[in-house]
Design a protein around this ligand. Structure first.
Ligand code: ADP
Length: 352
């Protein structure tokens, strides 16, 4: 049976939506708001119509944020991000904000439609989690550093015993300390990123050297030798060497964690006109397409990965993505479930 969905039903759907919906004209002046908009902001229709959405601005986003928003929608694309707004009574609220241009039959933009989903509660919970993990990471930092130092002091003594069992226990202990140290660093880095304190210390260095050094480190910690490096040519780039090393380390350890032991992992360094491109290709479990963006979000893990025994919290790729973006680069994944994944980043070698 064919049902015709009339204008009346459309209007009802919009009026009853629990998400705030508003429509502006081409110049951004509001022409329509639904009841959820009134509930969410505390402003009524009469106070809002004819004004710009800026009336609920919190002042917590910089000019660049709004410029980017306008640039995106004026070019005919949809803009989506989390926005902090201010209610009529001054209270702040978080929304998952989507704004889409509506075009006429000539392809000219005539209106913009904005949709806000209130995510304030979710953001509050996220903050509690962030604060807790930040405190825990700070508390763990000192004892872990001591454990590491003492274990290093034991190293020679253990090597001299020639007791193979003891040596193998010691090796395992060392690997777990390294992983724990890495996790604590990830938590501390996450705090730096969320509080806008991630700073870069740029220097000029050979990218191939950094790749080879990081591969050697991972081979040592994880006692593996299934990496193959293909480097088209080497180049010196200006970037934060330590932080890029961290991104490469994360790509490599993920490739190990999510693929069968000893299966080949290929690291490729290539170049186009203005970018250096690094990829790490594994033959592991792969990532379903619907998660190709999400894996770069904070705490996100694909269900199957959560079962992995390794110490992981879904922070590695979030940190990697923040580091690459701070360098004005790009990060992405190509993957087929069950067939393997290739993680990429590209970095411009001429500073923009
Ligand atoms: P984690 O600490 O869980 O590895 P990451 O941020 O590094 O966190 O990665 C996020 C999620 O992306 C992982 O939990 C996993 O589900 C998925 N993932 C990352 N790299 C790979 C890979 N090479 N193969 C399959 N899944 C991967």
């Amino acid at each position: 049976m064919k049902t015709i969905f009339g204008l009346k039903q459309f209007k009802q759907a919009v009026e009853q939506s629990s998400d705030a919906i508003f429509i502006t004209n081409r110049r951004g002046f509001i022409e329509y708001i639904n009841p959820a908009f009134e509930r969410m902001t505390g402003f009524n229709r009469a106070e809002i119509l004819g004004k710009k959405p800026g009336i609920i601005k919190s002042g917590l986003h910089d000019r660049r944020f709004y410029l980017n928003l306008w640039k995106t929608i004026a070019s005919g694309k949809t803009f989506r991000d989390t926005l902090i707004n201010k209610k009529k009574n001054g209270a702040l609220f978080y929304v998952d904000h989507t704004i889409t241009p509506i075009k006429n039959s000539h392809g000219e933009i005539i209106n913009f439609i904005g949709i806000w989903k209130d995510v304030t509660e979710y953001k509050k919970l996220e903050k509690v989690k962030d604060d807790f993990l930040n405190i825990a990471a700070h508390e763990l930092k000192t004892p872990i550093t001591s454990i590491k130092v003492y274990s290093q002091m034991m190293e020679n003594g253990i090597a001299r015993t020639r007791d193979e069992k003891l040596q193998s226990y010691y090796q395992k202990l060392k690997n777990h300390i390294d992983r724990l140290t890495n996790l604590v660093h990830e938590l501390l880095d996450t705090t730096r990123i969320t509080t806008g304190k991630l700073s870069l210390f740029k220097e000029l260095f050979s990218i191939e050297d950094l790749v080879r050094k990081t591969v050697r480190e991972v081979e040592e910690i994880y006692q593996v030798n299934n990496f193959r490096i293909i480097a088209d040519k080497d180049i010196r780039i200006r970037a934060d060497r330590n932080k890029l090393g961290q991104v490469i380390l994360n790509f490599l350890t993920n490739a190990l964690k999510y693929s069968p032991p000893n299966s080949e992992i290929v690291i490729r360094l290539s170049f186009d006109k203005s970018n250096v491109i690094l990829s790490v290709k594994d033959k592991g479990i792969g990532i379903p397409p619907k998660y190709h963006q999400k894996i770069f979000e904070r705490y996100f893990q694909v269900e199957t990965a959560i079962k992995s025994k390794d110490l992981s919290m879904g922070l590695g790729l979030y940190i990697s993505s923040s580091i690459i973006k701070a360098h004005k680069g790009k990060i992405w994944v190509e993957s087929k479930e069950g067939k393997g994944s290739t993680l990429y980043f590209s970095l411009p070698f001429v500073e923009k």
